[in-house]
Design a protein around this ligand. Structure first.
Ligand code: 5GP
Ligand code: ZN
Length: 113
């Protein structure tokens, strides 16, 4: 399987890794859309939120709590941030390994484009 995020996780290609534990990896987005833009991925390859199952509930919760923890560490918790799962083609998903975007450090527009 050819997956760029698995390759970052396995240190086959470089990534600006900001956090890692037994369940997740977090690294800076290569084309950042905000002063802080981090991607949080599960270490187990899951294609998208659509493929997540009931037994992944704890993992999904852990990803969200990791976003909160990193928002604090990166200094964007006070000013606010966004955590989002782009899913499928209309959702704008371009990499088919589940990832939670954490964006902050500027005022983010709503609705998204
Ligand atoms: P999506 O479009 O699937 O929601 O988000 C995928 C994100 O992965 C994009 O924001 C894109 O910039 C980022 N990305 C794609 N390839 C790489 C890469 O090789 N390294 C890193 N760090 N980010 C990547
Ligand atoms: Zn993968």
């Amino acid at each position: 399987m050819d997956c760029i995020f698995c390759a970052i996780m396995n240190r086959e290609i470089p990534g600006d890794i900001v956090y890692e534990d037994e369940k997740v990896l977090a690294f800076r987005d290569i084309m950042k859309q905000a002063p802080e833009h981090v991607l949080i991925i599960p270490k187990r390859h899951i294609e998208s939120l659509l493929e997540a199952k009931e037994e992944d509930a704890a993992l999904l919760g852990h990803m969200l709590l990791t976003a909160k923890k990193l928002a604090k560490e990166l200094g964007i918790a006070e000013t606010g941030f966004r955590a989002v799962f782009n899913t499928g083609s209309d959702g704008g998903q371009s990499v088919m390994h589940l990832h939670l975007h954490l964006l902050g450090g500027r005022s983010l527009g709503w609705p998204p484009g």
